[in-house]
Each structure stands twice: as C-alpha cells, then as structure tokens.
Design a protein around this ligand. Structure first.
Ligand code: NAD
Ligand code: GLY
Length: 380
C-alpha cells in the first residue's frame, strides 16, 4: 500500500511503494515552477524531452528550463500527435534521436504529454540500452489519474490495443494541474472516464463524492481537481503496489476497458478517444455485472448518469456481434480464447471472470442504438 502522503497547501506527494523501484508522485498547481517536485532526480550528461507537436509548443519550454540544471544538454523531440501514431514507426523516432545524439545509458527521458506520449516514451525508456530512467510529466487528466502511474508502457497493433509493451516504472511522476488549462474540453471529458472508474472498483465513498462534482471538475475547479487526482493516484498506487505486473488484482483497473478497447480498435484508433470508449465501456461492464446479479439496475443507472454528466457516450457504436467478440478475444485478459471481464458489485469491489458469449452479446445489443449509428457522435 502507498505510504502516508505528505502535503503542503498547494502540492502533495504520494510514494508508490515498489521496493527498489519506488517513486514519488507529485500533485499540485504550478509544479513546473516548484523546485521541490524535481529534487533528487538523476543527473546526467544528456536528457531528452519527448512530447508531441501540440503539447510541445505549449509547455516544452517550461520543462526544458526546469530540468536544464540537471543535465549537460537537454534535447526535445516532438512526435506527431494522436493515438493513430502510437505505433512502431513513431516509437522508432525516439530511438533515432537517442542514437543520433549519442545518448548513453544514463540519459534521462521526460515524457511531456498525455497517455500516448507517456506510453511510448516509457516503452522507449524500457528498451533503449535495455533501460534508461524516465520521468512522467502528464498533461491530460487521463494521464494524471491513470496512465502516468504504474509503469505500463506500450504501442498499439492494428489487431489490438497496447499489445506490444513492457512494465517499466518511471523514476518520478509530476502532475502539474496548471497544464490542464490548455486541454480541450473533449479531452477533459475523456479523462473523467478513468476518474469515474475508480469508485465502482475500489471506493464507493469516492463515487459518492464524485457524483455531484463532475460539473466542477469539467470547470477545472482547482480544489476538486486536486482531490480527485490525488484520490485516483492513491487508489492506483495501492493496486499497483500489491500487483505490479498484473498477476491478478491489477486487472480491476481495466473496468470497462474490454468493451472500450474493442470500440477503439473496431472504429479505428483515434475515432473514439480512449476515454470516450472507456466511458461507454463502463456502462456496458456495469450492465454486464447487473445481468449477472452483482449490481442493481439503480447502480447501473447511477453510473450511466455520471458518464453522461462527464460528456461521454453511453451508447455503443454498431458493429456485428462477431466483430465485437473477435476484437475482445484479443484483450490481454483473455485466456485460452475465453474473454474475461472486470465485474463489479454493490460493495465497491471488482474481480475478473469469464462470461458466456450469449450474455455478452445480449449486453452489447442492449447498449447499442438499434436503428441508427451510435447516439453519441464523437467527431472524427
Ligand atoms: P493523448 O495522449 O492522445 O492526449 C489527448 C490529446 O490532448 C492529444 O491531442 C494531445 O496532444 C492533447 N494534449 C495533451 N495535453 C494537452 C494539454 N495540456 N493542452 C492541450 N492539448 C493537450 O490521450 P490521453 O487521453 O492522454 O491518453 C490516452 C492513451 O493513454 C491511450 O493510448 C491509452 O491506451 C493510454 N493509457 C495508458 C494507461 C497506462 O496505464 N499506461 C492507462 C490508461 C490509458
Ligand atoms: N490502466 C490500467 C493499469 O494501469 O493497469
């Protein structure tokens, strides 16, 4: 479990307890300007800030200035933006730059961006010279509450989401809430899907707290945001500390993701945002839990209202049932061709179980708009 956090008025720190791979997560407004969040990082001759061509122009200068004193030289690489670029070709751009600049095995990588940049930079750090240190500087809500913490790194394959990757922990995570002020509303909503998921799987008190505050969070209310990010990171830190490499428990963090990943891959990466697909997937997974008698219809209704309040889709896109099943059989939780789902109960607990295809297909049919394309239309 995470150690007791230490807090100041504006900044707080959690430690994720993984023995020699333990690290701090700093959360607060203005952390790019706060020396305390950057103390104790590895110093090196070279460092590389990896970002993308949207986030780089907005925020890279501040990070470069902050970390310059730690390194002899700091370079910056802007990857093309978007989930559609989370692949081998883009990953290779990082290796190209590291090699062109003669970076050695002490080189520190900084991931400045959302989950796409974070996952790819982490994977590059895991592979380059068999592992170099990296720091997560997440710039989306989704990345601050989920993807920057816990050491899952990956790229996509046309046949499945995040199929090629590694477990590789960062040496620090710095969540500066101020970076979220430039985030588009659609992306903020997408991040709320991962915030909402933590209640049903681990903390119904958090779900009670969150339910009336979704509008505040969409308005970037600083204290609500700081509390929500911190609570999500605490829950995630506890789960990851107990099961770093997803031998069992960690899979609960994938609540809604089996359906969600199928939507993302089935509609084409980037058509539905990851968080949008997860939002809809949360409702589908809750319906599945209800169908199996684990939660009440009222619980599903509550969750659906929260997802809607976050500005996220609750109606699944139309795909043939066979396509849904094919996509979900590629899910990493599948075993011997049997699809396994994260199911929740009324007491804020979750576990992973196989479910018969006919029940899954019933839920898909129930959650899909019958006579036209999905009721919610993510722009493409
Ligand atoms: P993203 O990285 O694509 O970022 C969303 C968009 O917002 C991008 O266009 C990006 O350029 C832009 N952006 C980012 N920060 C910004 C800012 N501060 N101001 C303006 N624009 C900004 O998407 P995401 O939602 O952050 O992450 C989704 C990815 O995370 C998916 O690939 C998913 O698989 C992965 N993920 C990983 C984990 C994990 O544990 N590793 C967990 C959840 C999700
Ligand atoms: N986002 C799921 C995990 O980190 O395990």
């Amino acid at each position: 479990m995470p150690r007791e956090p230490t807090s100041t008025d504006r900044h707080s720190r959690l430690t994720i307890d993984l023995g020699e791979r333990s690290y701090d997560i700093w959360i607060g407004d203005g952390l790019l300007d706060a020396a305390v969040a950057w103390q104790g990082l590895p110093q090196s001759a070279r460092a590389l800030v990896v970002t993308n061509d949207v986030v780089g122009p907005l925020h890279a200068r501040a990070l470069l200035d902050r970390v310059a004193p730690l390194h002899g030289s700091v370079d910056c690489l802007e990857l093309p933006d978007g989930e559609v670029h989370k692949n081998w070709q883009t990953l290779n751009l990082i290796f190209d730059r590291l090699l062109e600049k003669a970076c050695d095995r002490k080189t520190v990588l900084y991931a400045l961006g959302g989950g796409v940049v974070g996952d790819m930079t982490g994977f590059a750090a895991a592979c380059y010279m068999r592992g170099v240190p990296f720091v997560q500087v997440p710039t989306t809500l989704l990345a601050q509450v989920d993807s920057s913490v816990g050491g899952k790194t990956a790229i996509n394959h046309p046949l499945g989401k995040n199929m090629i990757g590694a477990f590789f922990q960062p040496v620090r995570v710095v969540c500066d809430l101020g970076l979220l002020r430039t985030l588009p509303q659609r992306e903020l909503s997408a991040g709320l899907a991962e915030v909402i998921k933590y209640g049903p799987i681990a903390d119904l008190t958090f779900m009670d707290w969150l339910e009336p505050r979704i509008t505040e969070l969409r308005g970037l209310d600083a204290s609500a945001l700081a509390y929500a990010i911190r609570r999500c990171c605490e829950i995630k830190a506890g789960v990851v500390a107990a099961d770093e490499r997803e031998g069992g428990l960690r899979a609960i963090l994938n609540f809604g993701h089996t359906f969600g990943h199928a939507i993302e891959a089935g509609m084409g990466y980037g058509t539905w945002l990851h968080g949008e697909a997860v939002g809809c997937g949360l409702v589908m997974a809750a319906e599945l839990s209800s169908r199996l008698g684990r939660v009440s219809a009222a619980f599903v209704g509550r969750l659906r209202s929260m997802v809607l309040a976050a500005g996220l889709p609750t109606v699944a896109p139309r795909m043939p049932a066979s396509r849904w099943l094919e996509l979900m059989r590629h899910d990493k939780k599948a075993e011997a061709g049997s699809i396994r789902f994260v199911l929740v109960d009324d007491r804020g607990r979750a576990d992973v179980q196989p479910v018969a295809d006919d029940i899954v297909c019933d839920v898909i049919a129930q959650c899909t708009e019958p006579s036209r394309d999905a009721g919610f239309g993510p722009s493409t």
